[in-house]
Design a binder for this molecule. Structure first.
Ligand code: UDP
Length: 477
């Protein structure tokens, strides 16, 4: 297994954001990156993580680093390699930082050795490339153990942690006891929420930067209504006719993509008609996304006059063939059993859609179209860090309903940019919130507009990149 690979990055000009974000935010970004260029004086900014594909972190890096390069920063992305044992330990750590036990294996000296042995050749390969004075941003637990060697080498090291839990459960305590020593001396550690900073690292060198979405990706780019309809019809998520549009989208490299594949949908009868209002939740098949609770809330809502025409679409990645997510398959099977227990007229209005994953761009375009077509987007998670799906829907001016948990509270102010459910397990509260939004079109539109404005000012990549570089500039200066 060759350690460490570098990911090819594109280069995009920040100019795309002119006219999208406020003028002062745009100027601040430009000035910050210009200052970085000056301070770096030809040195590189490295980002290091453990996967080039799949997951929010990889998606964010691909897009943010392209803008950094577009502004003349020598941004690089290195991906470490590891064996299954290493990824078992880091998965265990990942669960621990979320407060759960994962496979319950001990986070002991043997686990530490597995990490050291995997990281050693990666560090060696990285040190051959990184020059003293380069900035290195290490992402997530997998790379934390590389921090001391890079600092000793003279790099300016930042550790970026994308996960966490609001309260320090004993499991989280164990995870942090394992991890914190590696990054305690790093000049900066960056978290997604203040509540995620563990006591062991709770000092001025731990700062908060919120995640972001890419407004121009296949997932979030503008799609006109005709394309939305064509994509959803092609994917089998709404009934034909497809209308006059083409099921097309623009890929990251600028080339044209077409949605070809159909979603695999568990349903009773046909797809919803184009004009049937949709309640949508897009999530991985994970118990913490509480799909069952969404179905129960929808069932209560569907019995009311304002819910009489509505359909529910629960969409997630196709797990058939995805060998590294056995958990997702099991969750979906359990969910199908729950679905079968509903009476037939309700089943006819609840669709469990597995979206094709063969082509990531196509998958993203389907998610995009589904979110745009939704009357309401729900994220009824029982726990959540920063919910990207919520931000994606808000960018599309959808009224959103989310649980008042974790990072979702940072994303939405109740009654302003969406509605929050105080008790994430209360299905009737979801039904009430759906009723409110369905009955009051003016409220729905106002929530959607404010949601879009909130994302524009706080949750786009340009703000994210600016904050990273403000921090790096602070260290370099
Ligand atoms: N997602 C996707 N295809 C799917 C289901 C989900 O691309 O079939 C994406 C979704 O659009 C979002 C991400 O997966 O960008 C999930 O991120 P989120 O923060 O909402 O939840 P997580 O999966 O990190 O718990």
């Amino acid at each position: 297994m060759p350690p460490l690979s570098q990911v090819d990055l594109r280069s995009h000009s920040l100019e795309r954001f002119r006219g999208i974000v406020e003028a002062d935010a745009f100027e601040r970004a430009r000035a910050t990156l210009a200052r970085s260029r000056e301070l770096l004086d030809g040195r590189a900014v490295w980002h290091v993580n453990s996967t080039a594909e799949g997951g929010g972190v990889a998606e964010m890096l691909r897009s943010l680093l392209a803008y950094a390069r577009g502004e003349g920063i020598d941004a690089r992305w290195a991906v470490i390699a590891g064996n299954p044992d290493f990824f078992r330990v880091t998965k265990r750590l990942h669960h621990a930082l979320h407060g759960s036990a994962g496979d319950g294996s001990p986070l002991d000296e043997a686990a530490a050795r597995v990490c050291r042995e995997t990281l050693a050749p990666n560090v060696e390969a990285l040190l051959a490339e990184v020059r003293p004075g380069d900035a290195v941003v290490l992402h997530d637990p997998q790379t934390a153990g590389m921090a001391p060697a890079l600092m000793a080498h003279g790099a300016t090291v930042v550790w970026r942690c994308h996960i966490g839990t609001d309260d320090l459960t004993p499991e989280a305590g164990r995870g942090w006891a394992f991890l914190a020593p590696h990054v305690r001396d790093a000049p900066l550690r960056v978290f997604s929420r203040r509540a995620y900073v563990p006591p062991a690292l709770d000092d001025a060198r731990s700062v908060v930067v919120h995640p972001s979405i890419d407004a121009f990706s296949a997932k979030n780019q503008e799609l006109d209504e005709a394309s939305v309809r064509a994509i959803l019809t092609r994917a089998g998520l709404v009934a034909g006719p497809a209308g006059g549009g083409a099921p097309c989208f623009t890929r990251e490299d600028g080339s044209a993509g077409t949605v070809e594949r159909r979603a695999s949908v568990l349903r009773e009868g046909g797809a919803p008609a184009w004009d049937a209002p949709l309640v949508v939740q897009v999530s991985r098949w994970d118990p913490l996304k509480d799909h069952g609770g969404v179905m129960r809330g929808f069932a209560a809502f569907a019995a009311r006059p304002e819910g009489a025409d509505a359909h529910l679409v629960l969409a997630g990645p196709d797990v058939a063939g995805v060998s590294d997510d056995p958990e997702g398959g099991l969750v979906l099977e359990a969910l199908k059993a729950e679905w079968r227990a509903f009476p037939e007229p309700l089943r006819a209005r609840m669709h469990l859609a597995s979206l094709p994953m063969d082509d990531i761009g196509e998958n993203a375009a389907i998610v995009n179209a589904l979110q745009r077509h939704a009357r309401v987007v729900v994220q009824k998670s029982l726990r959540e860090g920063f919910g990207l799906t919520l931000t994606e829907a808000m960018w599309k001016r959808r009224p959103v309903i989310a649980s008042r948990v974790g990072g979702l509270r940072d994303q939405v102010t109740h009654g302003e940019e969406g509605l929050l459910l105080d008790d994430p397990t209360d299905a009737d509260a979801l039904a009430d919130a759906l009723s409110r939004v369905f009955r009051d079109g003016a409220l729905a539109a106002a929530l959607g507009e404010k949601a879009h404005a909130r994302v524009r000012s706080q949750f786009l990549g340009i703000r994210h990149l600016t904050e990273y570089h403000e921090l790096i500039n602070g260290l370099l200066a």
